[in-house]
Design a protein around this ligand. Sequence first.
Ligand code: ZN
Ligand code: ZN
Length: 280
Amino acid sequence: MIIDCHTHTRNSFDADNDTVIERCERAIQLGLDAMAVTDHCEVNRFFDKDHYKIDYEQKYDDYGFNKAFENSMAETTAAKELYSGKLNLICGLELGQPLADMEVTEKILEDKRLDFIIASMHEMPGHDDFAFLDYSQEDVPALLEQDFNEILKIAKWGKFDVLGHITYALRYIQGNQNIPVDMTPYQDIIREILKTVIEKGKGIEINTSGLRQKFGDTFPSFEYIKLYRELGGEILTVGSDSHTTADLAKGVREGIEIAAQAGFTRIAYFKERKPYFINI
Ligand SMILES: [Zn+2]
Ligand SMILES: [Zn+2]
């Protein structure tokens, strides 16, 4: 059994140029039991740049995610029809900063084409995406505290299916820029995030991208998956966060193994915003 519930296509600004069809062909080749296309929709960048008053220096200048969203929905919906009976294709979305513009988010949530929503934090208000910051110039503990506070707000809001890569910032701080992070100060808030997700009947993901990147571990790592399970967590998806066809499903077997070690007997995927479970 193998699934991939976090994948990007050419409709994500940071992915290769391959189409949903090319991803589907690879998924069939790999024998995936389900694949969710979850292109980026950054809520705080939904409209063109001139819509926003940006008062800080930006390295990351992509806006107009409304177009990316529409293209992704149209392409994945068409592929679902084309591959009906051949591939369990899920029309998903990675919704970045969902609380940044509630009007935009509410509108997106009404879209009946959506099977699955991953809610992610990629950037703090007034900052670039974590991918673009120079952490030798940042107050890392303050930034992480702010990040987990924002994620807690998303958890309390609760209108997503799973929280994406809860420890995303570590990919860049610890992974790419080699700055060690002591996670001790964040144990309580991470526990609160996990408890809130469970109370809301929502889930989290094991994002396996870190296994093939410099970080060398999943987002979040085993200890948090185990804690989530101990707190009563049931809904867990696994995804590669692949941005190329070659990376599709990379690390998913290891991710499922981590889930099993943490005490999970099944993992989830979503259709029409409802969880379905597969025994592992
Ligand atoms: Zn992400
Ligand atoms: Zn992603």
